[in-house]
Design a binder for this molecule. Structure first.
Ligand SMILES: Cc1ncc(COP(=O)(O)O)c(C=O)c1O
Length: 424
């Protein structure tokens, strides 16, 4: 006979209230939540999914819901967008000395992920769409190129058709950095599902957030297994944890990039809001474009697919850098211009000191200095002049899903008056 043991209650109201406190909810909501937690019956266990012995895994539930939403075969949650990119590079077979083509305008994490995966970033120009220029990709291909990493910046899609055509012509993997464009589309396809692997960030500042988190998507079973292996080396789920390797390349040493279940729970709730958030910002984006009268010589940043933009940033390309700087001086809330406040912006290549000077964590300089590398791309603060010229003419307006048509009209009127005054 076994001695009856007291029930082990590891998580209770205390932990849940701490989690809720992260979101800075108003006091009446907190009272209501406390009341619910302390009075309601536990929810039934039906319909939940297993992950790592957890029968109610929110990470597994999120993966299923996300894959269904965007129409991909596999979605894997990870602990950040950066982890997603590193795991995707590894899955795609980026090896020491392999080159990965990446745009000169992206958050530095894209470039860093390539180096962490032991690849050599080859940084190329964007065009006026603010996304990687397909012709610049073509010009940068060498026998060492392994992959292309287009980045869908500020919710605008890259021009995926020509990019995929170039990749297929040269047998290159395409890893879409979709950190900034969750729920955006290109010709009806969700961003992140056009290439071989898609990487999304769910950090607190993205279209939807989980505090921290990321997703890797793919349709290819082997790529999925390799991302799986890398993201959870301790557990080795593939899906059978203790099975021997079924194919070469399935099992190898990796990291622990598992998404915490608490973040996954937030992500699952946020996913239900994704379409609403994008529809709201997209509507204001198009309204502002109709109502703002741009000064002479200025143009809107034209997305490759206007119906598929996330819509949280509206870009204006001024006629000159001086015009952009004058516009920034307008002092109208939200109109931002690059590099005007003396702050080094990590989104533009000329500030990427880590790459320009090949700074590495240890002094031997790997992967830049290694027997696998014959020749490095010419890294310099002048290497992508077109990108610099475009970025210094760019003004951006941030749009929130809480913005109303009335706010947009008033904001457009204020901006129009300011432009008329400044650029008369
Ligand atoms: C283009 C881009 N790539 C990658 C990342 C990295 O995502 P995370 O912060 O989730 O690691 C970001 C985050 O800002 C990003 O903007």
């Amino acid at each position: 006979m076994q001695v009856p043991r007291p029930a082990h209650i590891k998580y209770s109201t205390d932990e849940l209230l701490e989690v809720i406190d992260v979101f800075n909810v108003p006091a009446p909501v907190l009272d209501r939540i406390r009341e619910l937690l302390e009075t309601s019956d536990p929810a039934p266990n039906a319909g939940n999914l297993f992950r790592y012995y957890n029968p109610r895994s929110k990470a597994a539930a999120f993966e299923q819901a996300y894959a269904e939403k965007v129409g991909c075969r596999y979605a894997l949650t990870v602990n950040s967008g950066t982890s997603a990119l590193i795991a995707a590079c590894i899955a795609a077979g980026v090896a020491p000395g392999d080159e990965v083509i990446v745009p000169a305008y992206t958050f530095f994490a894209s470039v860093s992920a390539i180096v962490v995966a032991r690849g050599i970033p080859v940084i190329v120009d964007i065009d006026e769409s603010l996304t990687i220029d397909p012709e610049a990709i073509r010009a940068a291909i060498t026998p060492r190129t392994r992959a292309i990493m287009p980045v869908h910046m500020i919710g605008h899609s890259c021009d995926m058709d020509p990019i995929m055509a170039i990749a297929r012509e040269h047998g290159l993997a395409v890893i879409e950095d979709t950190a900034q464009a969750c729920g955006g589309t290109y010709k009806g396809k969700y961003l992140g599902t056009c290439g071989d692997l898609g990487c999304i960030s769910l950090d607190a500042y993205k279209v939807i957030g989980a505090g921290e988190g990321g997703i890797v998507t793919t349709d290819d079973e082997m790529l999925y297994m390799r991302v799986q292996s890398y993201h959870d080396t301790a557990a080795c789920w593939r899906p059978d944890r203790f099975a021997r390797e079924r194919r070469p390349g399935e099992l190898f040493c990796g990291e622990n990039y598992r998404m915490p279940e608490l973040c996954a729970a937030v992500a699952l709730a946020q996913l239900r809001k994704l379409d609403g958030i994008n529809a709201a910002t997209r509507a204001i984006y198009h309204q502002l474009r109709r109502e703002i009268q741009l000064p002479a010589g200025a143009r809107w940043v034209e997305p490759h697919d206007p119906d598929g933009v996330c819509g949280y940033t509206l870009g204006i390309l001024f006629a000159s850098q001086a015009d952009a700087a004058r516009a920034a001086e307008l002092g109208i809330g939200g109109l931002a211009v690059k590099d005007t406040k003396g702050v080094r912006d990590w989104h533009v290549f000329w500030n990427w000191e880590h790459i320009l000077e090949q700074k590495t964590a240890t002094p031997e300089g790997f992967p830049f200095r290694s027997p696998y590398v014959d020749r490095l791309p010419g890294y310099s603060p002048d290497m992508c002049p077109r990108t610099k010229e475009i970025m210094l003419r760019l003004g951006t307006i941030a749009i929130s899903s809480a913005d109303t048509p009335e706010w947009a009209s008033a904001y457009a009127a204020e901006l129009n008056q300011g432009f008329a005054r400044l650029f008369a």
